[in-house]
Design a protein around this ligand. Structure first.
Ligand code: SF4
Length: 424
């Protein structure tokens, strides 16, 4: 007998208990746990990733019921703009095709004026957030990160700046010769509001050696995320799956995120990011699977919902990675957030994804309603900005992509900047 949870009606509970009685008893015992506020262990989570048939259907139903119980029927999205300020990067992660060398024709770095122009344009189109990430440009001064924040806040003081992956923090702190905590503290003073928990990939030494030569180790990633949370800077949490990884890595990864959250409470959400293989060197060299299968996708979102229940209760699906149709389907498997409208997204498209430039607020609302759920617009910290129960969002046409006049190519843009004084 499960404990009836908040917001579940008697019919839902009865249907669930009937289905539970018809599946493998070991899986049933695991699935009862989140309904009783008990944690699913790493080994149990791994078992759930291998479920098939009726057992898998029960996993999906459990994820949907726990979602309904924890966060209700609202599905949120945020109006945001991605600004990838440089694609020049010396790192060479094997899964990445976003990165360019100085001499590549597509190499570009945005001037501060262009970054600010894009932030202002985003604000004027209703964005509450800009998400700023870039490659590890070898000539970038450490105080460039701070300067981006200051320039945006001077022009658009109320926009939320969600910026700089743990890899960029690791890189900037080394350039500034300070600790990541000192670097983050300085960035916060100058306008950093939250950080993307990207660059997590899979938090496993052996997997990371194949993906990034372990340049940013799993321990480094965890330490930087903990430092951000300690400094009062919330972050997202992510996983990139579907390459050289296996279910045991996924279960370990999710359990590690859960343990961080139990200590810090600093994660706002969990975002599964399927590996986009098309143009990635890792795949082209024959070293990886061609991204996650359909079943891996549904397992990932559902099992994450169950393992993270009560700790990270916002589970986001990436429409950029999956496309709108599959993203809508994931709303039935534990997901309660559709992420951002983006306006520009370069990273997944560089790796060959066919989605990823922009979804308008109206399109977000249509996807959510088609799934029978209630659309809401949120801010970065999951506070509701607007509910669309009885009206539609303003009809904002997609931003037409254009080549910015102030975009400069190659390394010249950083050659004239003063050396870093940050943290020194
Ligand atoms: S993933 Fe980031 S750090 Fe790695 S090569 Fe690509 S841009 Fe550089």
């Amino acid at each position: 007998m499960i404990t009836p949870l908040r917001k579940l009606n008697a019919a839902q509970v009865a249907d669930w208990e009937r289905n539970l009685s018809q599946i493998d008893s070991r899986i049933a015992r695991i699935l009862e746990k989140p309904f009783q506020d008990q944690e699913i262990s790493t080994a149990e989570g791994e078992q759930l990733f291998y479920t098939e048939g009726a057992d898998l259907q029960a996993v999906l139903q459990a994820a949907d019921l726990i979602r309904a119980s924890r966060v209700g029927d609202e599905v949120s999205f945020v109006i945001t703009r991605n600004i990838n300020f440089t694609n020049i990067c010396y790192m060479g992660c094997r899964f990445c095709n976003f990165r360019k060398r100085f001499e590549d024709a597509e190499a570009e770095s945005l001037s501060l004026d262009e970054i600010v122009r894009r932030a202002r344009e985003a604000w004027d189109r209703g964005a509450t957030e800009v998400c700023i990430q870039g490659g590890l440009h070898p000539k970038i001064p450490a105080d460039h990160y701070r300067n981006i924040l200051m320039a945006i806040k001077a022009e658009v003081p109320d926009i939320h700046i969600h910026a700089f992956s743990p890899f960029e923090i690791w890189f900037g702190a080394k350039k500034a010769r300070c600790t990541p905590a000192e670097f983050i503290r300085d960035l916060k003073v100058h306008g950093l509001n939250s950080m993307p928990g990207t660059a997590a990939e899979i938090l496993d030494v052996e997997v990371r050696k194949q993906l990034t030569q372990d340049k940013l180790s799993a321990d480094d990633w965890v330490a930087i995320i903990r430092a951000a949370h300690d400094e009062g800077v919330p972050t997202t949490s992510t996983i990139m799956y579907g390459h050289v990884d296996e279910p045991r890595h996924w279960a370990n990864h999710i359990a590690l995120l859960r343990s961080i959250q139990q200590d810090t409470g600093g994660f706002t959400e969990f975002v599964p990011l399927g590996f986009i293989h098309y143009e990635s060197p890792l795949y082209l060299d024959g070293g990886a699977r061609p991204g996650p299968t359909y079943h891996e996708n549904i397992h990932m979102h559902a099992v994450a919902r169950l393992m993270l229940a009560g700790w990270i209760d916002n589970i986001q699906v990436s429409w950029v990675k999956m496309g709108p149709d599959l993203a809508r389907e994931m709303l039935g498997y534990g997901v309660n957030d559709l992420g951002g409208t983006l306006m520009n997204e370069s990273i997944s498209r560089a790796a060959g994804a066919s989605h990823g430039q922009e979804i308008t607020p109206r399109e977000m609302v249509d996807i959510i309603r088609a799934a029978g759920r209630v659309p809401v617009r949120r801010n970065t910290l999951y506070e509701v900005v607007e509910r669309y129960e009885d009206h539609d969002p303003a009809d904002i046409p997609p931003l037409v992509p254009r080549k910015a006049e102030t975009t400069v190519s190659g390394s010249e843009s950083f050659d004239t900047l003063e050396p870093s004084t940050q943290c020194k």
